[in-house]
Design a protein around this ligand. Structure first.
Ligand code: ME8
Length: 559
């Protein structure tokens, strides 16, 4: 099986990371961890390749470097480090981190451009248009008009510009793109984004500029030069898109291509769903050397985080920044923060609001009251009634000619329920529906809680002295609960790796199996109820500390 290759956008280094950048990279991390878990296998060759990084040749890097009295490279170094640290602090497991100023990237981009020039897909011309200086992109005439000649992103007036430049023959790829998108319903997700792209694509395509002039202004000297032309540099967006390819365009990594998912925010959908695949189609046919350059399997455009009901902006100063995120991680645990961002984030069509009240509500509902409470309840009962030793399930529940007590009939469903839940979770993962893939773990926890309420093991425990058969049933109920929670914890572990590893250590499971550095079976085998990796009757199980303490909604937000 080809390793799963997932990418995030590479982020501009003019400023520090905030919740938006952290979110995209975190979602990719959860997808990467889930895929590693789903596939299993030895750590090497790695079953997943996960790429994130920084986009450094933007003009705004030059501007903010100057404002901070330093050089673009020094400014890029400083901020790239901030991104790295931010992702480390979120325990992101990226396989590589690309910076576009690195020679492995900057040295390779001109090769692609030269191939496109030789094939006639990049040609020299002149461009006049409406330029958004903040975004460093031209808007089409219609888009500029619709936006009343202001930037749709920061509302600053658009600037009319004319310049000599090289063009990419995007117009030649309209039919091929339409064909590809129509034949591959999963190519652009979610569906609303696909429709958005199709609608715009049907209106026709203009060729797009792929270079910017180099003048005596130092701001124009930052960037990769066009092949054999020092008077022009590669437009930062074209430079940036190629990162997905440069990183794997080495003999030992070429098998990783194509990317399975380019995860991005909706703001950069057009570049990824139209311009990038067209560049790849052009490159592929430009020379036999590039015959391996297939199209990525999926471009997933997520929505927007807003803060306490308002769009985040510099002028409002309401960005949820790293210190804020850190404060949440310190008070509620990093895993709780990861859970909230994943479970409540704008992954599907709509935007999401980061609100403190909502954070506490979700924390209490999913973590403190669900997985946290359920594991400590079951751990406590096993400690109390079975001296902290995993009790045995009933053998041969059916077919012994004995009437099946109510609890056994209910318990008998759990192996099937677990299997079906894991299958559904894997199907959701396949569609990049991570909130569902994770939520199914919480649904299993809810089934355990319901089962406890139905079978009332704490009452049954009071009868074991008078009725010896009750002890077997009690053991069966608690085994069923604990084993189902183990399966649930597997589904939750990509979002909450630390807490679930703590649970596995407490419960004397092999916690190293939650970690991709171990050689491990695929999820379906790992999660089999009472299967080879299940809780072992007779083994010690420690109740441990509660995984999540209840949060007080009245407490003010951490700062
Ligand atoms: O666009 N909510 O970089 P960038 C959710 N360098 N996600 C958000 C967000 C928000 N409020 N704000 C930002 C660039 N993001 C280019 C990309 S790729 C070849 C080049 C996330 O630093 C989201 O993933 O502006 C968005 O697409 C990305 O940050 C933009 O980061």
């Amino acid at each position: 099986m080809k390793p799963y290759y997932i990418t995030t956008p590479i982020y501009y280094v003019n400023d520090r990371p905030h919740i938006g950048h952290c979110f995209t990279t975190l979602v990719a991390d959860v997808a990467a961890r889930f895929q590693r878990l789903a596939r299993g296998g030895p750590p090497s060759p790695a079953p997943v390749f996960f790429l994130t990084g920084t986009d450094e040749h933007a003009d705004k890097v030059v501007t903010s470097a100057a404002a901070n009295h330093t050089t673009p490279q020094a400014w890029a170094d400083l901020n790239a480090e901030q991104f790295r640290r931010a992702f480390d602090s979120l325990q992101v497991t990226n396989s590589d981190f690309i910076r576009t100023t690195e020679p492995r990237h900057a040295g390779r981009v001109p090769t692609y451009i030269a191939a496109l020039q030789a094939a006639g897909d990049i040609y020299k011309g002149q461009y006049t248009g409406w330029y958004d200086e903040g975004q460093e992109e031209y808007l089409t005439e219609t888009a500029a008009k619709d936006a009343q000649y202001r930037s749709p992103i920061n509302a600053r007036p658009l600037v009319r510009r004319t310049e000599d430049c090289y063009f990419f023959r995007l117009s030649a790829y309209q039919q091929a793109l339409l064909g590809h998108i129509n034949q591959h319903p999963g190519f652009i997700l979610p569906e609303s984004r696909r429709n958005e792209v199709l609608g715009r694509l049907r209106q026709g395509l203009n060729d797009v500029p792929v270079s910017r002039p180099v003048t005596s202004d130092p701001a124009t000297q930052w960037g990769i030069r066009m092949p054999a032309d020092d008077a022009n540099r590669v437009y930062v967006w074209i430079d940036a898109l190629f990162n997905y390819l440069t990183v794997v365009d080495t003999p030992d990594r070429r098998h990783l291509w194509p990317a399975d998912v380019h995860l991005i925010g909706k703001d950069i959908l057009w570049f990824h769903a139209v311009i990038w695949p067209a560049l790849l189609m052009a490159l592929r046919k430009s020379a036999p050397d590039f015959a391996w350059v297939d199209l990525p399997r999926c471009v997933f455009g997520h929505g927007w985080w807003i803060a306490e009901g308002q769009k985040m902006s510099k002028s409002l100063g309401n960005f949820i920044d790293l210190p804020r995120l850190d404060a949440y991680a310190r008070r509620y645990s990093l895993d709780a923060l990861r859970w909230y961002l994943l479970a409540q984030g704008p992954l599907a069509g709509t935007d999401a609001d980061f609100s403190h009240a909502r954070f506490v509500e979700v924390y209490n509902a999913d973590l403190a009251n669900a997985i946290g409470n359920s594991t400590s309840r079951v751990g406590n009962m096993i400690a109390r009634y079975f001296d902290g030793v995993v009790p045995p399930p009933l053998q041969g529940r059916a077919g012994e000619g004995l009437p099946i007590p109510e609890s056994d009939a209910l318990a008998a469903e759990f192996p099937y329920l677990c299997r079906a839940t894991v299958e559904r979770s894997l199907a959701a993962l396949d569609e990049f529906d991570l909130p569902t893939a994770l939520r199914l773990g919480i649904d299993l926890v809810a089934r355990v809680d319901l089962f406890i309420n139905q079978t009332q093991p704490f009452k049954l425990a009071k009868t074991v002295d008078a009725d010896p058969s009750a002890r077997g049933r009690l053991a069966d109920i608690l085994y069923t609960c604990a084993e189902t929670l183990r399966v649930a914890s597997l589904l939750l572990s990509p979002a909450m790796p630390d807490k679930m590893a703590t649970l596995w250590r407490d419960w004397n499971c092999h916690a190293e199996l939650l970690d991709a550095s171990a050689d491990r079976p695929a999820l379906e085998s790992l999660a089999r109820f009472a299967g080879p990796h299940a809780l072992k009757p007779g083994a010690p199980l420690s109740r441990g500390d509660p995984l999540f303490m209840r949060a007080d909604p009245a407490e003010p937000a951490p700062q």
